[in-house]
Design a protein around this ligand. Structure first.
Ligand code: ADP
Length: 457
């Protein structure tokens, strides 16, 4: 609407300027033509003033040609010749005549009885020896009707052309506005769908500019939201399942104790089992609390040797790895002094090592974990590589999300693989809190490589 108004106003201004210029040029041309006629009349009169019949004929003929009224006046402002034969003998006084009797030419436009008139006058100058004498003036007045009707017809043409172009412009603007707002409307609709809970709702890509990018980002966001929601559901699902199992066991144990009379020994045994189940539940709740506190990790930064922390973690995990037939090889490393939170970094490394054991490939004869610290002048890389199950390419971007577990047949069949999909999200939080980075590279069926990048400057 604003654009249309701007177009209309600009066009109207353009028309006014064009019409005004055209009118001025036409009047100016008319003026030049009449001045020429007036000069010719003055000149002819000067040379043939005795031959009044010739003068009369000449004035009438020029008057007709010029479509104007021509008067010749003497120096007393008395009309000597009138092409209309009406004012002969009358005295006429106006600005143009007064100016001409002082030796100047003058013109002016007037509205007489509702009609536009151009009036101009030139002096009749005779040369007496070296002197010049003003003998009178030639006054010409012409109707400007022709000029104005031309201006009006141009005005009409312009009006028609401008109305047509405005209609076309408006039509094109409407089409353009519609095609511009269409993707925005689609996005609006998509946002509504998201707020109604249709997570993962996608907008069809329209255009390649900024709007196209916006649609891409929206689709990506929508996909992520769906993924987060599905992680949340599977997380709650597995937690509820994990809590239900010990609860059912406890209930069964209590039921059997309340039915009939049992010996003290049986009571003791059952109570011990109940205690174990409650310990398991307690661990689970701790794990949950840990996950909720993820965002508030605070660091206790001290100067440490990363090689030392790595050794500690390997020492802790080795018995568990050996029990699961996974060998750990630490490549010759050198000490790397760095500022970090020792316990948190140890926890992160332990998590990665624990996963590498947990997700070993039972089909392979030899399972191993290779650890190395590589460094150059700007950064160090701690690499933990295994030849385990590996992760599918599609799942790679999600494994650091809280609650995400690869529910792959390999993992599901291997029912002893427990987990809630929290470990890697804790690792990522710890690493990023240190302003370090973590990446994963994995080939499904071949193994995985987790790389922690530690900037050294
Ligand atoms: P959890 O192990 O409790 O399921 P994590 O956050 O530690 O949760 O890991 C998320 C998912 O990433 C795991 O469920 C597993 O499918 C996959 N994963 C993590 N580490 C490895 C690894 N070393 N090899 C194969 N898959 C892995």
């Amino acid at each position: 609407m604003i654009y249309s108004t701007i177009i209309i106003l600009t066009f109207a201004l353009f028309c006014i300027i064009v019409l005004d210029n055209y009118e001025n040029i036409r009047i100016r041309n008319e003026e030049i033509r009449l001045f020429q006629t007036a000069n010719i009349v003055a000149d002819t009169y000067k040379r043939n003033r005795e031959d009044i019949i010739l003068i009369n004929t000449m004035v009438k003929s020029y008057g007709k040609q010029a479509n104007a009224r021509i008067l010749i006046l003497d120096s007393e402002k008395e009309v000597i010749v009138d092409s209309f034969n009406i004012y002969v003998g009358d005295k006429i006084d106006n600005k143009e005549i007064r100016s001409s009797l002082q030796g100047n030419t003058k013109s002016g436009t007037y509205v007489l009885e509702g009609r536009n008139v151009l009036q101009l006058s030139v002096p009749i100058i005779s040369d007496i020896g070296n002197e010049k004498r003003i003998d009178g003036a030639v006054l010409i007045s012409a109707l400007l009707e022709g000029t104005f009707s031309d201006v009006r017809s141009l005005q009409n043409t312009l009006l028609q052309v401008s109305t047509l172009s405005l209609l076309i412009a408006l039509f094109l603007t409407l089409i353009a506005a519609n095609s511009l707002t269409k993707p925005i409307r689609s996005l609006n609709h998509a946002v509504e769908q998201l707020s109604l809970g249709h997570l993962g709702y996608r907008v069809k890509k329209q255009g390649s500019g900024e709007i196209g990018k916006l649609i891409d980002s929206f689709n990506e966001m929508s996909g992520k939201l769906r993924q987060i929601e599905s992680n949340r559901k599977s997380f709650i699902n597995s937690i509820s399942h994990e809590l239900k199992t010990p609860l059912t066991a406890i209930r069964a144990l209590i039921d059997s104790l309340t039915i009939g009379e049992s010996s003290i020994q049986t009571y003791k045994e059952y109570l011990e089992d109940i205690k174990q189940e409650t310990i398991r539940m307690g661990q689970l709740v701790d794990y949950l609390l840990n996950s909720i506190k993820l965002e508030d990790i605070s660091l206790d930064m001290t100067v440490e040797d990363l090689e030392d922390i790595l050794e500690d973690a390997v020492k802790l995990i080795r018995p568990y790895a050996e029990k699961n037939n996974v060998s750990i090889h630490v490549r010759e490393t050198e000490s790397l002094i760095i500022k970090c939170d020792r316990n948190k970094i140890k926890e992160a490394i332990l998590n990665l090592l624990d996963n590498a054991v947990k997700y070993k490939d039972p089909v392979k004869k030899q399972n191993y974990i290779r650890i190395s610290i590589e460094r150059n002048r700007t950064e160090a890389r701690l690499v933990i590589e295994d030849n385990g199950l590996g992760i599918k390419r599609d799942d790679l971007s999600n494994i650091f999300n809280r609650g995400f577990r690869v529910l792959d047949s390999g993992i599901r069949e291997n029912s002893n693989i427990e987990g809630y999909g929290i470990g890697l999200s804790i690792v990522k939080s710890i690493i990023e809190k240190h302003n370090w980075e973590i990446f994963v590279d994995s080939i499904y069926g071949a193994g995985s490589k987790f790389i922690i990048r530690v900037p050294l400057r």
